[in-house]
Design a protein around this ligand. Structure first.
Ligand SMILES: [Zn+2]
Length: 90
């Protein structure tokens, strides 16, 4: 039998435990459609792109992901689920 524990309080739960709830969260950067002027489109961006690629080679992947998109999943007991619904941001 697969055992789970609440990611908030640590109490034991089973796979089909009626007290077990799953929380899925997505956190991502808000972005509006990009707008470019004619002068920006006419400019040569080759050096900027090369510099950005070089930065990405040495960057920490987790830090990059934190700046753009992160999906999280938690198991909660019913008590912690109710507390989450009352105050989702703590
Ligand atoms: Zn709990």
């Amino acid at each position: 039998m697969i055992r789970y524990e609440c990611d908030k309080c640590g109490c034991s739960l089973t796979a089909n435990d009626p007290r077990r709830f799953i929380v899925k969260m997505e956190v991502y950067a808000a972005a509006a459609p990009l707008e470019f002027s004619q002068s920006e489109l006419a400019k040569d961006h080759t050096s900027e792109i090369k510099e950005l690629v070089e930065q990405l080679y040495t960057a920490n992947p987790d830090e990059i992901e934190d700046q753009t998109y992160r999906r999280l999943r938690f198991d909660l007991c019913n008590t912690c689920q109710q507390a989450l619904l009352r105050r989702p941001l703590g």
